[in-house]
Design a protein. Structure first.
Length: 206
């Protein structure tokens, strides 16, 4: 096995308290990189999402958010095993240099501090509003590219429950952002906010 799991709080009492809270932070060591995961049950995520939408107007995502049916070591370890086997860690906080020559900037939005958001185009905008999610969005931060999986809460619940019913693990391939609606104006505001909150810096630690 080529990964190591480190729990924040490692006693039976910690296990019980996090189970009741519905979330837990876990660090995974993979190929000399450290990934701090935010593992959360859907009821807890929904509670936080609604609270932040009402208070701030948007949900400020935790870096590397993943859903499980319950906050137990069994479910967490099942999730991480599936993430590793599916190669998901390769897509978290990519350090690959972005190639300007290949980039299509026709749908780019430039923000402050050398950030650009690259959108796939109008067809994805319409599809995102109808389907509730988008996989066409990349964020360029200081010449490094971060692919995003952007979803509204209803679509996230649907995808999660489909995986649960199939006895599978729900694992988005890219960095997860949960938004009120999956259209570009709102996505831009959310990306700008999570950037200031350190989202991209905290996806992976070398």
């Amino acid at each position: 096995m080529s990964y190591v799991i480190q729990y924040e709080g490692d006693s039976e009492q910690d296990d019980y308290e996090f189970y009741m809270k519905g979330y837990r932070y876990v660090t995974v060591l993979v190929d000399e990189n450290r990934y701090r995961l935010f593992i959360v049950s859907f009821p807890r995520l929904y509670q936080e999402f609604i609270g932040e939408i009402e208070y701030k107007g948007m949900y400020i995502a935790e870096p590397n958010t993943f859903l499980v049916t319950e906050i137990s070591r069994k479910e967490i370890e099942k999730l991480i095993r599936n993430l590793y086997e599916a190669g998901v860690f390769r897509n978290l906080g990519t350090s690959q240099e972005y190639c300007d020559e290949k980039a299509d900037f026709s749908n780019a939005v430039s923000l402050e501090h050398d950030i650009q958001i690259i959108y796939g185009g109008k067809k994805y905008e319409k599809q995102g509003i109808v389907d509730g999610y988008r996989d066409d969005v990349s964020v360029i931060v200081k010449n490094k590219e971060y692919r995003l999986h952007i979803t509204n809460i209803a679509r996230l619940y649907y995808d999660f429950m489909v995986a649960v019913e199939k006895n599978e693990v729900f694992c988005p391939k890219y960095n997860l952002l949960v938004v009120k609606e999956a259209y570009s104006t709102l996505i831009t505001d959310v990306v700008k906010t999570v950037y200031k909150d350190g989202f991209f810096d905290n996806l992976v630690f070398n």
